[in-house]
Write a protein of this length. Sequence first.
Length: 67
Amino acid sequence: MLESGDGRQGGEPRTMALGVVFHGAQLALDLAVAGMSLAVALAFFALVTTVLCSAAFLHHSKPAAAS
């Protein structure tokens, strides 16, 4: 077995633990960015859908009868 500088067996477990922490942080950031990207895409889809549905409604609506 390898010994580290402070007498522990096994090489570098501290850097491995630090890598796990950074991996978890990277995963959290990746999920946050993916969520924001999805929110922006859905907002753009909602905007386009609203405009197209409004245009279709106005195109097919009948004028009100004069009383």
